[in-house]
Design a protein around this ligand. Structure first.
Ligand SMILES: [Zn+2]
Length: 315
């Protein structure tokens, strides 16, 4: 299997110029193909001619150093992506720094009525997450520049051009002890399960992840017993609740409970809205240390206190 490490640059409209169907228009696709040993076997790069936003946003100009005259020499989006997908081959997995690129790629593809990359669930490696698991605590999310400095890699190409960022991401990947992190797959949720039968439940080493279908509102979603029920990842028995589900007011819900046999358990539901305005849940259930468990209880206390002080506030 090959690893396709890719990176995008995009442009956007100025104030009042945003096209709601395409807030970010891709202007460059670059990718590095790695073999099983993480050696570079092929490279891909296309500059894409802007079609929606004909002016380069000043921020994008500052970050990337592009000029509109350069972009105008590019190819059309559909052509570039068709070539890109062909170039990827048959047996590959996408890898990118953080989670946004795969979403924007699909958003742009949808804008041009292109068919799906693959049928969902679309698995990929978020190298930013892998870096954190390999070298830090698994929770922090660092910039690519930070990772490159941390690993003392040669900085011979400027950052924030798609090719350079794909190249650096590939270099970071090569330094990671991959066997240790290879089960830390990410799932892209640009396309969410369309009904219960497509919902996703995966077990990892010390946690499980569930992705629900979409609902009309947050409230309707949180009313679904099968979404808010918590089972132990090991014995699959229902977990005795100590706290939860309580909200942090930012679309995250927390749960703390205990399995008699397997100890303390933390639950988290992140509610997200997909492109069609449907609300879906990403639920993780994890066995935790006493410390992490107490943190949830403290968080609950803290939120309850805050609400008492400001009784008029709503979630
Ligand atoms: Zn158990």
């Amino acid at each position: 299997m090959n690893y396709i490490v890719f990176d995008l640059e995009w442009n956007q409209g100025g104030t009042n110029e945003e096209n709601k169907n395409l807030p970010f228009e891709i202007i460059e696709i670059a990718a590095i193909k790695l073999n099983n040993d993480f050696d570079i076997v092929s490279k891909f790069q296309r500059i894409i001619k802007p079609n929606v936003y004909k002016k380069l946003h000043p921020v994008i100009h500052d970050i990337t150093g592009y000029k509109m005259s350069d972009l105008k020499k590019g190819v059309g989006f559909t052509e570039a992506v068709t070539e890109f997908i062909d170039w990827c081959g048959d047996d590959y997995i996408f890898c990118s720094w953080a989670t946004q690129d795969l979403k924007e790629l699909q958003m742009n593809m949808r804008f041009y009525d292109m068919s799906l990359i693959d049928k969902p669930p679309l698995y990929y490696y978020d190298v930013q997450k892998l870096f954190s698991y390999a070298f830090e605590n698994g929770d922090d999310r660092r910039s690519l520049k930070y990772a490159v400095d941390y690993l003392c890699l040669d900085e011979n190409v400027p950052f924030h051009r798609a090719y350079a960022d794909a190249y650096y991401t590939a270099q970071v990947m090569k330094r990671i002890d991959f066997d240790r992190v290879k089960d830390k797959l990410s799932i892209d949720t640009f396309i969410i399960p369309k009904d219960r039968s497509e919902e996703i439940l995966l077990y990892f080493e010390d946690y499980s992840k569930f992705i629900s279908m979409g609902y009309g509102s947050k409230e309707e979603l949180m009313k679904q017993k099968y979404i808010t029920s918590v089972r132990c990842n090991y014995c699959k028995k229902y977990v005795k609740k100590k706290a939860g589900w309580f909200s942090d007011g930012m679309r995250n819900y927390y749960f703390a409970g205990v399995c008699k046999e397997h100890g303390k358990i933390k639950g988290k539901i992140r509610i997200r809205k997909n492109i069609d305005g449907k609300f879906y849940a990403i639920k993780t259930i994890k066995t935790v240390s006493d410390e992490e468990y107490d943190e949830i209880l403290l968080k609950k206390q803290h939120i309850t206190l805050k609400r008492k002080k400001t009784p008029s506030s709503t979630e």
